[in-house]
Design a protein around this ligand. Structure first.
Ligand code: NAD
Length: 374
């Protein structure tokens, strides 16, 4: 007898993703994820790339982020709704898929809300390793929401940042961060203004959420030698840095066509010079030139980082035996016979009827099915 081709997808839930992190430890997670990101960025030309597809609405955006190489295709579904937190929902929610290019089979389906926070922070740290002064010890962290602890810890573990200066317009967000990170070796200082947080800091990270063209950092706050890690300006009409901050800096981006639309770069003319970060990693362009240069990573989040995050979470979950196999794709003896799945002779209802009496009457599958003669 011919057996159906097995097509199962490995599924990683939020719970299992959190378990992966618990079992490996955040320092190792950031270290390994940074290695995956670096390895993938060094294969830049292997990837078919495009700016993400964004559907905008009054209060937010929903985006699809595809990318592929010869073997794997990845996409992420992600939103950005800054007002969501008022209603008890995260600003950013995401999931994604890794698929086999040769057959199109979706091999790995994962939560990506937690993984996005991990990969964004790891990417910021990888960029800062190349662009910040190597003796950096202090970082201002403006915006203390969902992404913030991940940013603080990635910079602590991967760059040796010892002190974080915190500011958020919502003091409760800062209190939450301090409670979450109190057992770490980081020195956490609450500041009463952005200026106080940024003054004297080696690195300034902006990770705020507001659907407006904000000026979280202005040129007068920027000191020689500073590295700016701009994370929250990631959508048309949603920026964080005054254009003069970019004019004073050497600006590095993930994927130029996307950042021109979405980054703080959107306020600058089309010929304003930027460097794609992969070139720095590949030693095809310089990173920081000298101790006084101001460097800026205008991060918007690029599909390649999600490809890396999906690869890392898939591999880590497999090593740990976490996740489960789910049936997303039908398994068929005859791949041209999809109808067999619903044919009355073969269809088996998997859902147990808890209360038969409350079940609606089953409609005939085919509207013109004739009653079987008695
Ligand atoms: N670049 C990337 O790859 C990437 C990835 C993930 C998220 N993001 C962006 O990062 C930002 C933060 O995401 P999140 O999940 O932490 O959101 P969040 O809503 O959980 O936190 C945002 C915080 O910013 C604070 N804030 C808003 N305006 C401020 C201001 N003017 N000054 C100081 N603080 C202010 C809010 O009070 C809130 O605590 C969002 O804009 C999101 O789109 C970017």
């Amino acid at each position: 007898m011919q057996l159906p081709q097995l097509v199962q997808t490995q599924f990683l839930s939020v719970h299992d993703a959190a378990n992966v992190i618990h079992k490996i430890g955040l320092k190792t997670v950031f270290t390994r994820l940074a290695d995956y990101i670096r390895a993938d960025y060094l294969r830049w030309h292997d990837f078919e790339k495009c700016a993400r597809v964004a559907n905008h609405s009054t209060d937010g955006v929903i985006e699809l982020m595809p990318i592929s190489d010869a073997n794997s295709y990845a996409f992420k579904y992600v939103n950005g709704h800054p007002k969501n937190t008022i209603n008890g929902l995260p600003c950013v929610m995401a999931f994604g898929v890794l698929a086999d290019v040769a057959t199109g089979i979706p091999e790995f389906l994962s939560e990506l809300t937690l993984s996005t926070a991990l990969r964004t922070a790891a990417m910021s740290a990888v960029a800062a390793q190349e662009l910040a002064r190597p003796d950096s010890k202090t970082m201002a962290l403006i915006g203390n929401g969902a992404q913030s602890e991940f940013q603080a810890l990635a910079f602590h573990y991967l760059l040796g940042i010892e002190e974080i200066r915190l500011f958020d317009t919502d003091p409760k967000a800062t209190e939450k961060l301090i409670a979450n990170l109190q057992s770490t070796a980081l020195r956490l200082k609450v500041c009463s203004s952005i200026a106080e947080a940024v003054r004297g800091a080696n690195i300034a990270t902006t990770v705020t959420a507001d659907k407006t063209n904000a000026a979280i950092l202005t040129a007068d706050l920027i000191e020689p030698g500073m590295h700016i890690n701009g994370v929250g300006g990631d959508c048309p009409g949603k920026t964080e840095l005054h254009p003069d901050v970019l004019r004073r800096s050497a600006v590095f981006v993930e994927y130029e066509p996307q950042t021109r639309i979405e980054g703080d770069l959107q306020h600058l003319p089309a010929d304003f010079a930027v460097t794609e970060f992969w070139q720095v990693l590949a030693r095809q362009a310089p990173g920081r030139r000298d101790a006084d240069q101001i460097t800026l990573f205008d991060s918007v989040g690029f599909a390649l980082q999600d490809y890396s995050a999906l690869r890392f979470m898939r591999d880590a979950a497999r090593e740990l035996g976490l996740g489960q196999l789910v049936s997303l794709i039908p398994e068929l003896v005859n791949p041209k016979d999809l109808f067999v799945l619903i044919h009355p002779d073969t269809h088996v209802n998997q859902e147990p009827h808890r209360d038969e009496a409350s079940q609606p009457a089953v409609a005939p599958l085919l509207a013109d099915t004739l009653p079987v003669p008695a």
